[in-house]
Write a protein that binds this ligand. Structure first.
Ligand code: HEM
Length: 135
């Protein structure tokens, strides 16, 4: 925890630190790293810049992100519904390390909702039970 405590104090700087910390964890994670390294074989900076813009749009309604996350994730090789649990666990760790609980919780709630909608969009098949039996 490092001083960022109240919801109104969420700043571009806080988002910058969160994105750096979270993707540092992703790159060291045995389950998630291979998927990311296939999609981003070279310089990570453009992806990190996109993710800062994304979180700025989500948390600060800055409108900085213009893109379609669903389409990007459809194309990823090796994507599985249960990997969202791992993704959210690492995101939660990063939030806990950087922010006081109220701020961390605000990020985690948004991430969990977006993860659920991505998971539905990617894996839901009409007529099958939800969540999938494997997840
Ligand atoms: C299993 C979980 C996930 C995996 C493996 C994953 C993987 C990736 C990868 C590899 C990219 C880069 C794609 C590319 O540049 O070609 C990407 C982009 C992105 N991801 Fe995820 N992701 C996951 C979950 C999430 C979640 C839960 C969110 C939001 C809360 C999210 C938001 C985004 C966004 C906004 C982009 C940028 C899309 C763009 O370029 O416009 N991802 N993801």
């Amino acid at each position: 925890m490092s001083g960022t405590g109240r919801i109104g104090e969420i700043s571009e700087d806080a988002i910058h630190r969160l994105v750096d910390t979270f993707y540092g964890k992703i790159r060291r994670d045995p389950e998630l790293a291979p998927i990311f390294h296939r999609a981003i074989p070279g310089d990570w900076e453009p992806h990190l810049a996109t993710m800062r813009a994304f979180w700025s749009s989500v948390m600060l309604t800055s409108g900085r992100y213009k893109g379609n996350p669903m389409i990007k994730h459809i194309r990823l090789e090796g994507m599985q519904p249960q990997l969202f649990t791992r993704w959210l666990a690492l995101f939660g760790e990063a939030c806990e390390e950087l922010f006081e609980p109220e701020i961390g919780e605000a990020f985690r709630i948004r991430a969990a909702r977006i993860a659920e909608s991505l998971k539905l969009g990617l894996f839901y098949k009409p007529g099958q039970s939800w969540p999938p039996a494997v997840a």
